[in-house]
Design a protein around this ligand. Structure first.
Ligand code: ATP
Ligand code: AMP
Ligand code: MG
Length: 173
């Protein structure tokens, strides 16, 4: 594994990563396959222990995929609080060179979530700022643990191509 890409739901990770043309694996898709569920937005409502079990199994699968960008989350907002997306027992299984945090303006994120009918994401503006802060903190902790390079990239409105270009520069030098 080469890079972890995280950011709060609806910030635009999957859209931007597709535009990079690089090899990507979606951590949530692997968890979904392992879960037997049919709706990825229900994973975060499973009991915490079940989420942690799926998380560990997904990491095991992904660790054998070689050089890949991992589309995932630094923290998952559950009914009980923020669950770390890449806790130490997941991080120790995988090689991580780059840690990329995708961020955007809070209002833009609310609008993106509202427009995207394919998903059921939280619709409230309240809490988005806190979640972006918490995500950054978890990403920093992971970078420190792994000695990996941390980058914060903005996915500005209508500029997903520019964000993808920035990620390519980080990955390809
Ligand atoms: P999740 O974590 O829930 O999978 P995500 O970060 O992968 O979310 P996407 O599904 O990529 O988010 O994007 C959410 C919505 O925002 C989509 O409808 C997408 O078209 C739109 N979007 C993404 N980037 C931009 C952008 N730069 N400007 C405007 N809309 C955008
Ligand atoms: P996504 O399409 O990126 O939102 O992924 C679907 C769901 O998978 C997310 O909403 C989370 O519930 C879950 N998920 C993705 N990555 C992780 C992770 N690293 N740890 C725990 N759950 C995750
Ligand atoms: Mg996505």
């Amino acid at each position: 594994m080469v890079a972890i890409i995280g950011g709060i739901p609806g910030v635009g990770k999957t859209t931007v990563l597709e535009k990079t043309g690089l090899k990507v694996v979606n951590f949530g898709t692997v968890m979904l396959e392992l879960s037997g569920l049919n709706d990825r937005d229900r994973i975060r409502n499973l009991p915490i222990e079940k989420q942690k079990d799926l998380q560990k199994k997904a990491a095991e699968r992904i660790s054998s995929m070689g050089r890949v960008l991992v589309d995932t989350h630094y923290s998952i907002k559950t009914g009980k609080g923020y669950l770390p997306g890449i806790p130490p027992w997941v991080a120790e299984r995988i090689e991580i060179e780059n840690i990329i945090v995708v961020e955007a303006d809070e209002l833009n994120i609310v609008e993106r979530r509202a427009k995207d009918m394919s998903r059921s994401r939280d619709g409230e503006l309240e809490g988005i700022g806190e979640h972006q802060l918490v995500n950054r903190d978890f990403a920093i902790a992971l970078a420190q643990m792994k000695g990996a390079v941390l980058s914060i990239v903005k996915n500005e409105e209508g500029k997903a191509d520019e964000c993808a270009q920035r990620i390519k520069e980080i990955m390809e030098g």
